[in-house]
Ligand binder design. Structure first.
Ligand code: ADP
Length: 446
């Protein structure tokens, strides 16, 4: 049982975890950097501890500092949220070495699935289709060329430790592969501290469809429907919805069973997401994210399960609260990521003080955001300042509801991407559900 928990994160996800703790009657201790001092959400936790200067390397990414905070606060568990240390196997290891439960899978599992090339090998071993490409990292240029010619161009050069839509380069022929591979390695070394890359066939116009799973330590594992995250700008998710308008329930169930099989085969426990690419007929494993994801509320709305509470309960030793047959996704949910960025200036981040903030509400609307009028958005972190979600019986009604909610949303003082969401929700292709991962980039360049 967990009775006091440290939240090693900030912003909306820190607030989301505080809320779960308050409902579970668990004391919450939230850390914050000097950049986040005075943020209103900190007051909702039982305790807040300053862990250093605004740059994340000296605060939210500093393992010694966070462990010291956990010891001072005398907590029995740490929730890492997403980003920062969420998929850092060493952090999980240090937590457990200090007798602090890490809300997430074991360090060995995090390591195993965090290496994207190794994760593909695990998926293949579990009989799950993977995108054609190298078996593991490519060691030489000659090997890369051989794999690429066999898979057929275009191919992607992907960083083994990459993520968040970063660390990928496309090559259309031998010459561009040769030209890009060294650059890809150098970039991966700088961005992820690991130069290893692997090669994968680049699927033209796929959809990104992912499965939410929950697994306990006893080895039980369930899937909770799918989310379609194909509305992306430069490979970064902008809108997510569930169920996917393009995947039949039979295919979704196949993906779900494949996800469970993979998670069981790697000894996974906690909440996780198995990401697939879907070409309209077949699905291919892409990666297993060993954390709670930004878009988890889409699943919460359609499945009626509180994923953060489940995560914490599992970390405390509980078995799953639901059996697979009890999970019956209902209705339709859409999430718009609200970013402080300027759509008229190449989506440049727009930090600063929010002068006015009117949050939408009413039936079927959920806003997960730590932002209010007077809140100062620090320049140091990701530009996402909240998530607007709607739920309705059908996709058509959910779209109408999202348009209505977006029209109510007012944020002044900084630029936001709300206007972009309004455009997407009125785009004929989006409305028909006919979109792939290239839809938004094409809409923006048209
Ligand atoms: P994440 O951002 O979740 O870490 P990745 O960085 O692996 O995931 O992939 C991000 C996005 O890149 C995918 O959603 C998809 O749009 C695109 N992508 C990845 N691999 C491929 C591929 N082999 N073919 C086509 N698109 C791909």
């Amino acid at each position: 049982m967990i009775s006091r928990l440290l939240i090693a994160n900030r912003g909306e996800i820190a607030l989301r975890i505080i809320r779960a703790c308050n409902e579970l009657d668990i004391e919450s201790v939230v850390v914050y950097s000097q950049g986040d001092a005075g943020a209103p959400y900190l007051e909702l936790a039982d305790e807040a501890i300053c862990i250093g200067p605004a740059p994340s390397a000296q605060s939210y990414l500093s393992i010694p500092t966070i462990i010291s905070a956990a010891e001072i606060a005398n907590v029995d568990a740490v929730h890492p949220g997403y980003g920062f240390l969420a998929e850092n196997a060493h952090f999980a290891e240090v937590c457990r070495a200090n007798n602090i439960e890490f809300v997430g899978p074991d360090e060995e599992t995090i390591r195993k699935v965090g290496d994207k090339a190794e994760a593909k090998i695990s998926a293949k071993a579990a009989g799950i289709p993977v995108v054609e490409g190298s078996d593991g990292p490519v060691e030489s240029e000659a090997e890369a060329l051989e794999v690429a010619r066999k898979a057929g161009y275009p191919v992607l050069i992907k960083a083994v430790s990459g993520g968040g839509g970063r660390g990928m380069r496309i090559a259309h022929n031998d010459i561009s592969l040769q030209a890009n591979i060294q650059t890809a390695r150098a970039e991966a070394e700088i961005a992820f501290g690991d130069p290893s890359v692997y090669i994968e066939k680049y699927l033209e116009d796929p959809r990104h469809v992912e499965i939410q799973i929950l697994a306990d330590r006893k080895g039980d594992c369930i899937y909770l429907g799918e989310r379609d995250c194909s509305v992306q700008r430069r490979h970064q998710k902008v809108i997510e919805e569930g169920p996917s308008p393009a995947v039949s329930s039979a295919d979704a169930a196949k993906m779900g069973r494949a996800a469970v099989k993979l998670c069981k085969s790697v000894g996974y426990h906690g909440a996780g997401t198995v990401e697939f690419l879907y070409d309209g007929k077949k699905f291919y494993f892409m990666e297993l994210n060993a954390r709670i994801q930004v878009e988890h509320p889409v699943t919460e709305l359609i499945c009626g399960v509180d994923l953060i509470k489940e995560q914490i309960k599992i970390a405390g030793g509980a078995t799953l609260s639901h059996k697979q047959t009890q999970v019956r996704p209902k209705g339709h949910a859409i999430e718009c990521r609200i970013n402080a960025e300027d759509p008229d200036n190449n989506f440049a981040p727009s930090p600063g003080t929010v002068t006015k903030c009117i949050v939408p509400g009413g039936p079927g609307v959920r806003v997960d955001s730590h932002v209010c009028a007077g809140y100062r958005i620090p320049p140091n972190y990701d530009s996402m300042i909240g998530k607007l979600l709607v739920w309705a019986d059908t996709r058509e009604e959910a779209i109408v509801r999202m348009r209505r909610a977006l029209d109510e949303y007012v944020i002044e003082g900084v630029k936001t991407n709300i206007s972009l969401h309004r455009r997407i929700l009125r785009n004929a292709y989006f409305v028909r559900g006919e979109y792939t991962t290239s839809f938004l980039d094409e809409m923006l360049s048209a």
